[in-house]
Design a protein around this ligand. Structure first.
Ligand SMILES: [Zn+2]
Ligand SMILES: [Zn+2]
Length: 348
């Protein structure tokens, strides 16, 4: 089959790869679409590939081509999204349903063959069926939606509060959408990119604030009547927003860190002290799984996508590339500021 193969740091190209064989309890998926996740970029352009050659890609959708023996819930022809984590199911964390915290896991698209390929073989439980009101392109957005929803669930989110989302990328937008669905009094998205903010507005966000503008802190205070936000979600993983999260939180706010950090972070005493003075409740959140595996993050995404309560349209997609041109898709990330939305690799 054809696959996008990373052969060394900085080098990815479409080439021939062995088609996976379907084994007991697994299904062979004919991949239709696979998104490029922020975490995939250093696997190609940086040093984060686990080995070479490797086929990555974990935000995918496709059609069940073949079901292995013992598979009871899926049939050839089913439209599915893939959940990439394969937890051990035996350790204390897995037994408690905290699959993302498992230390003996495998992962489709980093530890084993991913979905920048014509076919990928995954456990039955990792395939989430969706109906035909959901396109395959939309199916590639299950994973980012579930990461956002897991953050909302982990934050102990309750309706009726002022909610800030730091970072207007794909995860930030889905966090905003889920917060609205969970009854936010209002949702305000922060970003430095006007196009992303415009997209957030189009998706029904109540307010957007450009953090590149000098007086944005005053805008925050005006908007929240000098109280700050009841819920703050950091989704960008960069130090500016990581620090800002403590600043714009209200007294007794819940602050949730979803974005993966990539560089060292220094707190001034004044910023750190917000934790004390405001009695903040701070939590991190990792991936998107709960019991029963893969969790309601996935089943709710399928349900809310299919009836349109979770809004989707193609403006979330910045560009699409065929698998043959996957090298060009990653080329774009050499100027990350130019990437205004999700990049999808379409296989067929
Ligand atoms: Zn991802
Ligand atoms: Zn485990």
């Amino acid at each position: 089959m054809k696959a996008g193969i990373v052969t060394e740091k900085g080098k990815i190209a479409c080439g021939e790869w062995k088609t996976p064989e379907v084994t007991a309890g697994k299904v062979l998926i004919e991949v239709k679409a696979c998104g490029i996740c922020g975490s995939d970029v250093p696997r190609v352009l940086g040093d984060e590939a686990r080995y070479y050659p490797i086929v990555i890609g974990h935000e995918f959708s496709g059609i069940v081509k073949e079901a292995g023996s013992g598979v009871t819930t899926l049939r050839p022809g089913d439209r599915v999204a893939g959940a990439p984590l394969i937890p051990c199911m035996k350790c204390d964390d897995c037994m408690s349903g905290h699959y993302a915290l498992c230390k003996h896991y495998s992962f489709i698209g980093s530890r084993e063959q991913g979905a920048f390929a014509q076919y990928v073989c995954i456990p039955e439980k990792n395939a989430i069926r969706f109906n035909d009101t959901v396109s395959f392109e939309q199916g590639a957005f299950f994973e980012p939606s579930t990461v956002a929803l897991h953050g909302i669930l982990n934050s102990g989110y309750t309706g009726g509060g002022l909610t800030a989302i730091l970072g207007g990328g794909t995860i930030g937008l889905f966090t905003a959408l889920w917060a609205k669905l969970f009854g936010a009094r209002s949702v305000c998205v922060f970003d430095i990119n006007e196009e992303r903010l415009a997209l957030a507005g189009k998706f029904g966000v109540d307010q957007t604030i450009n953090t590149g503008e000098g007086h944005f802190r005053e805008a925050v205070m005006d908007y929240t009547h000098n109280r700050g936000f009841d819920f703050v979600f950091e989704t960008a993983g960069v130090s500016v927003t990581q620090l800002l999260a403590y600043e714009i939180a209200s007294n007794k706010a819940r602050v949730t860190f979803i974005g993966t950090p990539h560089s060292p972070l220094t707190f001034t005493q004044k910023i750190w002290e917000n934790l004390n003075r405001k009695e903040l409740l701070v939590t991190g959140t990792w991936m998107s799984y709960s019991a029963p595996f893969p969790g309601r993050e996935w089943t709710l995404t399928a349900e809310y996508f299919s009836d349109g309560r979770l809004h989707f349209d193609r403006s979330l997609i910045h560009k699409t590339f065929t698998l043959e041109h996957i090298d060009q898709a990653f080329e774009l990330f050499k100027n990350p500021q130019e990437v205004k939305g999700k990049i999808l690799v379409l296989t067929t």
